[in-house]
Design a protein around this ligand. Sequence first.
Ligand code: HEC
Length: 197
Amino acid sequence: VLFALSTSHEIGLAVTGALFITYALLSSFVFPHYWPNFPGRKGLRWYIPLSCLFFVAMLSAVVVFGRENKVASAAATTTSTQTTTTAAPPSSGKYAGGDATSGKALFTSLGCGACHVFTPAGSSGPIGPNLDDLADYAQHAGIAVDDYTAAAILTPPPKYIPPHTPPYPNNVMQPGGGHTLTDQQVKDLVAFLTASP
Ligand code: HEC
């Protein structure tokens, strides 16, 4: 925990702690040794309030100096999420001009839905990755989603295969899903698969 604290707070905590421990040791071993009556009846008048003061000081030091820990680690978490979330590259436009409606018809007639879950197509095939999350896969791969989708269809395997138990089979998805696709058909499929819901 101490390592997570900034130096100044660490020092504050350490100094208060050291004072507290020194005080405790002095009053339990050193003072009674030289002054057997310690703290004595008169001494109690300052000894009790002083002990309380030290106790409160130690508690507040932990509260005050220790608090930064939470703030700092919260800040650290925020920074790390920000650095790991890389924005997906924008669409390359290479597959512009596709028609999502034709893409939907193709998806069904070519049998893609037999292997893939894809909600806009109403399909629930259990063999391959869930295509509802295609944008996430492209982001993992750091490739624009339209380029990513076209490559995944034309030249499998894709760059990112989501973890799954058992792992998705690697040579089941044939190029074009087992079909020779025209350029327009690829564009239509890309348009359908990458359309924002
Ligand atoms: C026989 C089952 C099967 C058929 C049919 C099939 N796929 Fe696939 N698909 C898979 C599997 C398995 C994977 C992941 C592993 C791989 O490709 O090596 C995959 C991967 C994909 C991916 C990439 C997913 C990722 O992880 O990024 C896309 C996109 C895709 N398929 C689209 C299609 C389209 C469009 C069709 C229809 C033309 C189709 N698939 C037909 C099984 C199939």
